[in-house]
Design a protein around this ligand. Structure first.
Ligand code: PLP
Length: 409
């Protein structure tokens, strides 16, 4: 198992990257635009003026090179963020898009076609599932949901000649299964399919391209933005052909990102290392405290040996985020769990995660699962641990558990 000591050693290297990546002084030819300031400016604009028509006609090639052609195709602020995310994820090219959801749908549209087939993990982010079940289905793309922990032979059995994409999300939304990503990549590639990973949970602790991923997705809304004040997504690849397909798809769909939000995300990246070091340690403390409570059936935190896919986490990840699940004993009703969440004061009630503030949300009513194996075995909540003191977070949960017990009597 990865020890906390090893985790901080990796973070020191990553922290330096997070502090430097995408800065004006780190990009060739971009230093002048910042006039010597550490941070690149917010650059807004639509029309770009060229000295001659001949210069404008070279825009075709510029489009793939993160160079300015027209505001809708990307701004200098966006290009800085794209370079930063590519460096952090270990890829070669990143496309910033308007939201994390757009970061899920854009590569699916770019890499799938009518008559194609897509494999989705049963634990996939809810809106991605809805996209497959509605728009992709209307467009003649068939989706099969697979058990996220399935063995290699079972995956082979699901692959078809028209399987164009295997999607992964590790750990999974709400159920937190850590997937065997290298195995998924190996099998997908054997059939000529792309492996697309939603790596939002693993932004700072999972290097997708070292494990065979073709396309890595980030909801930058979460830890990268980090302050609950922006919506943005990133799609990263490590292959030039994949980049052409992705870039063409994003431009055809009119994907655009506000330079102000790109700038805020760059600012969020600078403190991501220390934020996550603290949030991850606090989350583990809270998770261990919950695991010892009699009301709790299981804690779904990838760093705990009892978590689904813990062995893959220990093998492939360098640390953990601060988002995890808690399953209560089946004797507690959903209504009692709702009363508990309503009673929390330090943990807020709300969608999303990755900001500086702690959040709690019931999991059962909000998730859809096709396969029986994904069911929890009891009512469940998802906790996001922020930067508050752990003593106060634990005291808040202790009060919540008293409400849970009282509501069940
Ligand atoms: C939040 C989230 C998204 C979507 O991000 P938005 O910016 O909120 O659209 C996608 N995938 C995962 C795993 C998420 O948690």
């Amino acid at each position: 198992m990865t020890s906390p000591m090893q985790v901080s050693a990796v973070w020191r290297t990553l922290s330096t990257r997070l502090v430097r990546a995408g800065r004006s002084d780190q990009d060739d030819g971009a230093a002048d635009e910042a006039h010597g300031f550490v941070n690149p400016p917010v650059s807004r604009g639509s029309t770009v003026l060229f000295p001659t028509l001949r210069a404008l006609r070279q825009n075709g090639a510029r489009r793939y090179a993160h160079e300015l052609t027209y505001g809708a195709c990307g701004t200098p602020t966006q290009f800085h963020l794209e370079r930063a995310i590519a460096e952090i994820e270990g890829g070669t090219h990143t496309q910033i898009v308007s939201s994390g959801s757009a970061a899920c749908t854009t590569p699916l549209l770019a890499f799938l076609g009518a008559g194609g087939h897509c494999l989705m993990p049963d634990c996939v982010y809810g809106p991605t599932r809805r996209f497959c079940d509605t728009m992709l289905q209307r467009m003649g793309v068939e989706t099969t949901y697979y058990e996220p922990m399935l063995p290699e032979a079972a995956l082979h059995a699901l692959m078809r000649p028209n399987t164009q994409v295997v999607m992964a999300e590790s750990p999974g939304s709400h159920t937190f299964e850590v997937q065997d990503v290298p195995m998924l990549a190996r099998v997908a590639h054997e059939y000529g399919a792309k492996l697309i990973l939603d790596n939002t949970w693993g932004l700072h602790v999972f290097q997708p391209f070292e494990h065979g991923v073709d396309v890595s997705i980030q909801a930058l809304t979460k830890y990268a933005g980090g302050h609950a004040d922006l919506i943005l997504g990133a799609i990263t690849v490590a292959d030039d052909n994949d980049w052409q397909v992705l870039r063409d798809g994003a431009l055809q769909l009119g994907q655009y990102a506000s330079p102000d939000d790109c700038w805020l995300t760059l600012r969020g990246l600078r403190t991501l290392g220390v934020r996550l070091e603290r949030q991850s340690a606090s989350a583990l403390e809270v998770a261990l405290w919950l695991e010892a409570r009699p009301e709790v059936l299981r804690v779904l935190h990838p760093a705990l040996p009892t978590a689904p896919g813990h062995e893959f986490w220990a093998r492939d990840f360098t640390g953990a985020s601060s988002l995890f699940g808690v399953v209560f004993r089946p004797g507690f009703s959903q209504a009692a769990v709702d009363a508990m969440v309503d009673a929390l004061g330090v943990f807020g009630i709300g969608e999303s995660w990755g900001g500086y503030e702690s959040l709690a949300l019931p999991s059962n009513p909000t998730i859809t699962r096709t396969l029986e194996s994904s069911r929890f075995g009891g009512p469940a909540i998802r906790l996001h641990v922020g930067l508050e003191d752990t003593d106060e977070l634990i005291a808040d949960l202790e009060g919540g558990l008293a409400v849970l017990r009282a509501a069940s009597e």
